[in-house]
Design a protein around this ligand. Structure first.
Ligand SMILES: [Zn+2]
Ligand SMILES: [Zn+2]
Length: 268
């Protein structure tokens, strides 16, 4: 299983000299296995992902929810228009808006010249919701709805292939004593990719915004018996130095922690 992070930033993209190490593109993760690619989210990171030529023949694009930072790159992801690549886009229905509605809205000419549905001949859509289990190619995917993100929640994904497990839990807020449903869901994961947008001090001002701290992420990783933790969805105000500080803090609770950065590759 090949994993590469193409965007680890949350809320909106940023570009500054003191953001070079972790990068400024919003969420996009590529997982390859055999001839299959699985991509989580279509933030601006999906543009470089698309250009990397690492996208394989069969693509499953899983959207966690439809906030701008998770979909804004979709019209510019060239593989969705390819004749030789089959792409299935799956996402939840949130506040009665499904994945196909979102793509239709993004295709309105007022937003960009690209009409995704018209040009994407090998593009199909499906809704995925809490409790669903999807098998496609080498991948088995389970979905868990977390209500801990305004206003309609978010889907968390457990992805299995080649005997390895990756859990993606972005845009979710921790609870006192940790999110027990998530701890079960992430049980024994090889890699847990968890929201860690705020420092503890910032969280006190942003409670209810639907994001976690490094401490919350580390607690979930530890209680779930995960092997490795990647801190994810970095705040756009956080410089490389601040993110390194969050990484250090999480390691005090869960030593095998890394802050996700653009270009990070894991081979499991
Ligand atoms: Zn987000
Ligand atoms: Zn969000």
């Amino acid at each position: 299983m090949y994993i590469e992070i193409f965007g680890a930033r949350g809320t909106h993209p940023v570009c500054r000299q003191d953001y070079i190490k972790f990068g400024g593109n919003t969420t996009a993760i590529l997982i390859n296995s055999g001839e299959d690619s699985l991509i989580i989210d279509a933030g601006t990171g999906i543009i470089n992902l698309s250009r990397s030529k690492k996208v394989l023949k069969n693509v499953l694009l899983l959207l966690t929810h439809y906030h701008f930072d998770h979909i804004i790159g979709l019209p510019y992801a060239s593989f969705i228009y390819s004749d030789s690549i089959n792409t299935l886009v799956m996402g939840p229905s949130i506040l009665d808006v499904g994945v196909e509605d979102v793509v239709d809205i993004l295709s309105l000419p007022i937003f960009s010249p690209f009409n995704i549905t018209d040009r994407g001949a090998n593009l199909s859509f499906n809704t995925i919701q809490d409790g669903d289990v999807v098998e496609r190619g080498n991948f088995k995917i389970q979905a868990l709805h977390s209500p801990a993100h305004p206003r309609g929640g978010v889907l968390l994904y457990r992805i299995e292939a080649e005997g390895k497990t990756v859990v993606v839990a972005t845009d979710t807020e921790g609870y006192v004593g940790s999110d027990r449903r998530l701890i079960d869901f992430a049980s024994e994961a090889d890699v847990l990719i968890h929201d860690a947008q705020y420092t503890h001090e910032e969280y006190l001002r942003h409670q209810g915004y639907g994001h976690s701290t490094p401490e919350m992420a580390a607690e979930v990783a530890s209680k779930a018996g995960a092997k490795m933790l990647l801190l994810f969805h970095h705040d756009p105000k956080h410089t490389d130095a601040i993110i390194e500080g969050k990484e250090k803090r999480a390691r005090e609770i869960f030593p095998n922690t890394m802050a996700a950065h653009e270009g990070m590759v894991l081979e499991l």
